[in-house]
Design a protein around this ligand. Structure first.
Ligand code: SAH
Length: 198
């Protein structure tokens, strides 16, 4: 289904994981006909489920490997977390935070239904991260911020990777941040459009 993502540089392994997670289960009933289109879709509360190509690119750039401990800010529908959970395997873990209770609840139900036991869904404000489970090998924001939150950089493990869209409502760049021996290295990947970190 997502074989076309190879042209974006997305690996076969990631495409396989995306093919295993049925996106239809993550979109509202009235949009089910569009579930497999490569576009973001509204999930209510002014929020969206990320487009499949962007999920693929983020998983690729995060360099997800078996055993990774990952923090996601912005659970939304839960689709991105579900795909990542297959890529980190049972020795890895996904912690995902959402601030809207209804979305958090729906995502949690989906993870249970799919028996994705290596995901912990948390209701709360992602801006502070999750100190009690830090450090994380990978941190991914699925909402944009004006600047990189300091607290989250502290929670990134050494040799860890963080992906975060930085900018404003109109223009954001997806930044890839790597911590190497405690030093921060930043790279701009591509222009993107996400909903805001609130
Ligand atoms: N990864 C999601 C996309 C979610 S859209 C998916 O695959 O469907 C981004 C989400 O970030 C929204 O649901 C929004 O409510 C949430 N969000 C915004 N600010 C937040 C914050 N401070 N803490 C936690 N979640 C936040």
């Amino acid at each position: 289904m997502y074989e076309h993502l190879e042209k974006w540089g997305v690996s076969k392994k990631i495409i396989e994981a995306m093919n295993k997670i049925d996106r239809k289960l993550f979109v509202p009933e009235n949009l089910q006909n569009y579930a497999y289109e490569d576009i973001p879709l509204t999930i209510g509360f002014g929020q969206t489920i990320t487009a499949p190509h962007m999920v693929g690119i983020m998983c690729q750039e995060l360099e997800l490997t078996e055993g990774d401990k990952v923090l996601e800010i912005g659970t939304g529908s839960g689709y991105n977390a579900a795909v990542m959970s297959l890529l980190v395997g049972n020795s890895g873990h996904i912690y995902t935070i959402e601030r809207i209770e209804e979305l958090h609840k729906l995502a949690k139900e989906r993870f249970e239904k799919l028996n994705l036991t290596n995901i912990t869904a948390i209701l709360g404000d992602g801006k502070d991260g999750l100190k009690e489970f830090a450090p994380f090998n990978k941190i991914v924001f699925t909402c944009y911020s004006r600047k990189v939150p300091e607290k989250l950089l502290e929670q990134l493990a050494d040799n860890g990777v963080m992906l975060i869209p930085i900018g404003n409502e109109y223009l954001q760049v997806l930044k890839k941040i790597r911590k190497i021996n405690g030093k921060i290295n930043e790279e701009n990947l591509l222009n993107v459009r996400f909903v805001p970190l609130i």
